[in-house]
Structure formats: C-alpha cells, structure tokens
Write a protein that binds this ligand. Structure first.
Ligand SMILES: [Ca+2]
Length: 95
C-alpha cells in the first residue's frame, strides 16, 4: 500500500476499533472518543489541544447531527482538526 493508503486505512481501522467498543457500531460515544484521545495521542501539545478531560466540548463541536454520537463523517472532521494542529506544531518546531 502507498503512504496515503496506509494513512487512510489506519484512520478507518481506528474509527472501527473505538466505535465498536460499546453501543452502536460505527458511532463514537463520548466515552469511546475520550478513550481514543487518551490512548492515541501521545504528544503533550496535541493532548493539550484535544484534552480527554474536555471531551464533551470536542464532541459538541464535532457532532453536527446533534445526536451526541460521532459518526464517520464527523470523525473525519476531527481528523482534519488534528492534521491541521499537527501541521502547525511541526512548523513551529522548525522555527
Ligand atoms: Ca453525530
């Protein structure tokens, strides 16, 4: 697989893994999203920006359908925010 395909497939697998832990499959609950933030973010900068303790604020922001669950489309928005934060962080680090 190419780099891009590897990255995309990791994201899809990650969503499937965490959204399948409890309740509806294919939907992340607040607890599942929190667990993902806790386990899958290791850099202090990203952990600060996407603080697991403030998961409900993030969920509200992502949850366009207002059902308190994060579907794949809404998860993609999270990935966008994360990618932008990471990009900015890298740029700052090189200064
Ligand atoms: Ca939703």
């Amino acid at each position: 697989m190419s780099k891009l395909e590897t990255a995309v497939s990791s994201l899809v697998e990650l969503f499937k893994e965490y959204s399948g832990k409890e309740g509806k499959k294919g939907q992340l609950s607040s607890a599942e999203l929190k667990e993902m933030l806790e386990k899958e973010l290791s850099s202090p900068e990203l952990k600060e920006k996407f603080n697991p303790e403030e998961v409900d604020t993030l969920l509200k922001d992502l949850d366009k359908g207002k059902d308190n669950l994060i579907n794949f489309r809404e998860f993609c928005r999270f990935v966008t925010l994360l990618a932008r934060a990471y990009y900015k962080m890298e740029k700052e680090a090189k200064k």
